[in-house]
Design a protein around this ligand. Structure first.
Ligand code: LM2
Ligand code: CA
Length: 477
């Protein structure tokens, strides 16, 4: 290789060294909404970026883990195979090979959509597995030939089997085994280098950032040490599930990047299910807004209780509309497949290969394509940078608010319609598409339009458990 002049080398280094870059690479500039396309195969994700996510304003897609994983035909190829890494090869997973992965990244980038990888780096496999991984690598619980051996794992010496039992004990949560998964010694330089090697391989294929799985089970300092080994800045959001009274808190991870705010979806569900929407007036979770990634539900919480999911239909759409229209946090939209049991994997071939997604068929629920949710992504982008104003509520389950002079939203979760009311907005006078019920394209609206007068007022009827959304990006005239 031809040698570069020293000065030029320094300049180039300055451009790529993590220390020279901002501490955190934020999500995509004007488009920050992320969608979790849970279990979609690589080909389908690339297509969705091109056909829907890009055109409709989604900024990023969170994909399921791309590394070699255990294969469990005896359990019917559960989705959670993916959370048991066998190696860091991208060659062959249930969702496609390395070439398909790279093609997906290119397709998403061509559509202006960033790719965030669900990175499983706290652990390897559970003791119950052992054998051959999805790409043909041999393995057993503490032996991954060429990668990790017994000395690269924590052996915490607790509870008889090294499993985590007591979440009130910091040492145990970070050094023992999460559901028997062999816990990597993330304090060791060797392990940090291997993990960074995996993440850097993904960065070399072009991915834009990482959801760091099981972050609570790794000390924040270990994550910082791994981050310092990255070849370029990447957007990081860490999975640290808040637990009341626990010593390890989401807040202690904010120095590394963003954090998934699990309190948000629970509180939102509580307000919708058992309280009143009027309480949303000051809605926020404890994490700083610019550090919080918020979501109604994810693949874990939707299999538990206390959150809203696609099964809640209209109410779920209203909750997502609120999340996308409100100012708190960076929204992450969930996109699911339906399941008969918590373990059931996505639609697949008889050998456990995930089949291509066709939305609204074959268990694919595609919440991100629901009219209200997809159109509120456009609303979210149009009102970016504005504050909440013109709040109104009926003291119960009907609320309305504006976002500066850019948008206005009404949510009615009452069992009856709210009719004949006039609403005060700060919108410029004109005629707007109600994107709750119509799509705006080519200057026209497929649904009803509403006219805002010179004083910012318009009149509307809003049906029970329904809403209305106007914004300057969907102004007809
Ligand atoms: C996560 N975040 O911290 C993921 O979001 C979550 O989905 C993962 O659990 C977990 N951490 C580990 O990455 C899932 C699933 C578990 C499953 C694990 C590993 O929810 O049920 O555990 O993946 O595949 C399964 C069995 C469990 C068994 C374990 C090890 O369900 O009973 O433990 O494998 O063999 C004995
Ligand atoms: Ca750990």
């Amino acid at each position: 290789m031809r040698r570069l002049p020293l000065l030029l080398c320094l300049v180039l280094l300055g451009a790529v060294l993590p220390g020279a870059a901002p501490a955190v690479a934020a999500p995509a500039g004007d488009r920050d909404v992320v969608v979790q396309l849970f279990q979609w195969n690589w080909t389908s994700v690339g297509k969705e970026c091109r056909d829907f996510l890009g055109p409709r304003g989604y900024g990023g897609v969170q994909i399921s883990p791309p590394q070699e994983h255990v294969v469990l035909p005896g359990n019917g190829y559960p989705w959670w195979q993916d959370y048991q890494p066998v190696s860091y090869r991208l060659d062959d997973t249930r969702r496609g090979d390395r070439a398909a992965f790279a093609a997906m990244v290119s397709a998403c980038h061509a559509a202006g959509v960033k790719v965030y990888v669900d990175a499983v780096v706290n652990h390897m496999t559970g003791g119950g597995s052992g054998g051959t991984g999805s790409a043909g690598s041999a393995y057993s619980h503490y032996d991954y030939p060429g990668i990790y051996q017994t000395q690269d794992f924590h052996h915490c010496g607790r509870n008889g089997n090294d499993d985590i039992v007591n979440y009130n004990d910091r040492y145990e949560v970070q050094n023992c085994e999460l559901v028997d998964l062999a816990d990597l010694d993330t304090g060791s330089g060797y392990v940090r280098d291997r993990i960074a090697g995996y993440l850097n391989d993904l960065l070399s294929v072009g991915v834009d950032g990482f959801r760091l799985d099981a972050s609570k089970h790794m000390p924040a300092a270990d994550i910082a040490a791994i981050k310092s080994r990255l070849s370029r800045p990447a957007y990081l959001y860490q999975e640290v599930i808040h637990g009341a009274g626990e010593p390890i808190t989401p807040e202690e991870y904010t120095g590394n990047g963003d954090v998934l705010e699990f309190r948000y979806g629970k509180d939102l569900a509580k307000i919708f299910n058992t309280e009143r929407l009027a309480y949303l007036r000051t809605f926020a979770s404890p994490l700083a807004s610019d550090r919080a990634v918020v979501f109604t539900d994810n693949h874990d919480t939707q299999r538990g209780s206390g959150v809203l999911t696609f099964r809640d239909n209209g109410r779920y759409a209203l909750a997502n509309a609120f999340m996308l229209a409100w100012t708190y946090g960076t929204p992450k939209v969930m996109s699911s497949y339906d399941y008969a049991s918590n373990d059931q994997g996505p639609p697949a071939t008889s050998t456990g290969r995930t089949t291509d997604t066709t939305c609204f068929t074959d268990r694919w629920r595609c919440e991100h394509r629901w009219q209200v949710i997809a159109n509120l992504v456009g609303f979210h982008n149009a009102v970016r940078g504005t504050t909440v104003g013109n709040w109104w509520d009926n003291g119960n389950d009907t609320i309305a608010f504006g976002r500066g002079a850019k948008g206005y939203l009404i949510l009615n979760d009452e069992t009856s319609a709210v009719t004949g009311r006039s609403y005060q907005t700060s919108l410029p006078a004109g005629t707007y598409c109600d994107v709750f019920h119509g799509d705006f394209a080519g200057g026209s609206c497929t649904g009803r339009t509403y006219t805002v007068d010179a004083g910012g007022w318009f009149t509307a009827d809003v049906a029970a458990r329904d809403g209305l959304a106007l914004h300057v990006g969907a102004k007809v005239s």
